[in-house]
Design a protein around this ligand. Structure first.
Ligand code: C2E
Ligand code: CA
Ligand code: CA
Ligand code: CA
Length: 275
C-alpha cells in the first residue's frame, strides 16, 4: 500500500506496481505493439535432473516498449486479461513458439515447450480449435506442447477446467499444473485434475534448505505424484545448497537461474548446438 497525491491509500495487488496512469498507457500500447512486433519470446531450459540434459523449455513473453521500456509479463499479462487483448497476445505466442519448435525439429532438436495459458484463454469457446489450427499451420506434434495452467485458475471453475483439460489430452497435448504449493492447495482437486506434470512453485524451493517441514512436503509431493504417474518440475532452483538437498530425493526435472535464465533463441541455439 502507498499514498497517492490525494492522500488516499492505494492498495496494489501482488502483480501490479504501476500507477493508474501507467496502467492505462500500458493497456493501450499492447495492440499497437503486437502490430509492430515489439513482443518476443524467451525460452528457459528445463533440465532432466539426473542426466542434466535439456529436454524441455518454458516459453516466456517479453516486451520492450520503445518509450516505456521493459514491462514485466506479470504486469502486462494482467492488464491484457482485463482489457481482452490476451487472446491476440496468446495467438502471437502460438505462432512464434510453434514456428520455433518446427525450426528446431528441422535442426534435429526435438523439444517439448511449455506455454502459459491464462484462464480467459483456456475458457474461451474456441480455445481448442484455435490452438489446434496453429499446430496444424506449423506441422508440429501436439506432444511437443505442454499447456501450463495455474492452480488458482483451475480452482476458480474446477468442473469446466477438467472438461477442457480432458479435451486437450484427447488431442495429444500434455498439461502441467504451475505454481503448485504457492496457494491453498487442496489434495482433493489435485486428485481430480487430469494433469501430467506438477510444477512446484519457486517460493517453495527458496525455503527447502532452511526448513525440514518443506523437505517433508517435497518428499510427500514427489511420492504422491510418482504413484499417480505424474512428473515433477522444481522451479526457481538458484543455489548449490538447494541442489544438494534435491539429490537426496527422486527429482525428475529442474528449472532455475542456477542452471539457465530465460534465453533468446540465438543464445539458446549456441548452447544446444555445442552439446
Ligand atoms: P511463471 O509461469 O511462474 O514463470 C516462471 C517465472 O520465474 C519467470 O518469470 C522466470 O523468469 C522466473 N524464474 C525462473 N527461474 C527463476 C529462478 O531461479 N529464480 C527466480 N527468482 N525466478 C525465476 P517471468 O518471465 O518474469 O514471468 C512471470 C510470469 O508471467 C510467469 O510466471 C507467468 O505467470 C507470466 N507469463 C510469462 N509469459 C507468459 C505468457 O506467454 N502467457 C501468460 N499467460 N503468462 C505469461
Ligand atoms: Ca509457468
Ligand atoms: Ca511457475
Ligand atoms: Ca507464476
Amino acid at each position: 500500500a502507498k499514498k497517492n497525491g490525494k492522500d488516499q491509500v492505494v492498495i496494489y495487488n501482488t502483480f501490479m506496481h504501476e500507477s493508474k496512469e501507467r496502467e492505462y498507457e500500458i493497456t493501450n500500447a499492447i495492440k499497437p505493439s503486437l502490430q509492430n512486433n515489439e513482443f518476443y519470446v524467451v525460452y528457459q531450459p528445463i533440465l532432466d535432473f539426473k542426466s542434466g540434459e535439456i529436454r524441455k523449455l518454458e516459453a516466456l513473453l517479453r516486451w520492450n516498449h520503445p518509450s516505456m521500456g521493459y514491462i514485466p509479463p506479470n504486469n502486462f499479462i494482467y492488464l491484457s486479461e482485463i482489457s481482452g487483448s490476451i487472446l491476440e497476445l496468446t495467438h502471437f505466442l502460438y505462432d512464434k513458439v510453434f514456428g520455433q519448435i518446427k525450426t528446431w525439429n528441422e535442426m534435429g532438436k526435438h523439444f517439448t515447450v511449455d506455454i502459459n495459458i491464462s484462464p480467459k484463454v483456456l475458457m474461451h469457446p474456441t480455445f481448442i480449435e484455435d490452438i489446434g489450427s496453429y499446430i496444424k499451420k506449423h506441422e508440429i506434434d501436439h506432444k511437443q506442447v505442454i499447456i501450463e495452467i495455474t492452480e488458482s485458475m483451475a480452482l476458480e471453475n474446477i468442473d469446466q477446467t477438467i472438461i477442457v483439460l480432458k479435451q486437450l489430452k484427447e488431442k495429444g497435448f500434455l498439461v502441467a499444473l504451475d505454481d503448485f504449493g504457492s496457494g491453498y492447495s487442496s489434495l482433493t482437486y489435485f486428485k481430480h485434475l487430469p494433469v501430467d506434470i506438477i510444477k512446484m512453485d519457486k517460493d517453495f524451493i527458496a525455503k527447502i534448505d532452511k526448513s525440514p517441514t518443506e523437505r517433508h512436503f517435497l518428499k510427500f509431493v514427489l511420492d504422491l505424484s510418482h504413484a499417480m504417474s505424474k512428473k515433477i518440475v522444481l522451479e526457481g532452483v538458484e543455489t548449490i545448497e538447494q541442489i544438494d538437498i534435491l539429490k537426496l530425493h527422486d527429482v525428475d526435472y529442474v528449472q532455475g537461474f542456477y542452471y539457465y535464465k530465460p534465453l533468446e533463441v540465438s543464445q539458446l541455439n549456441e548452447i544446444i548446438l555445442s552439446k
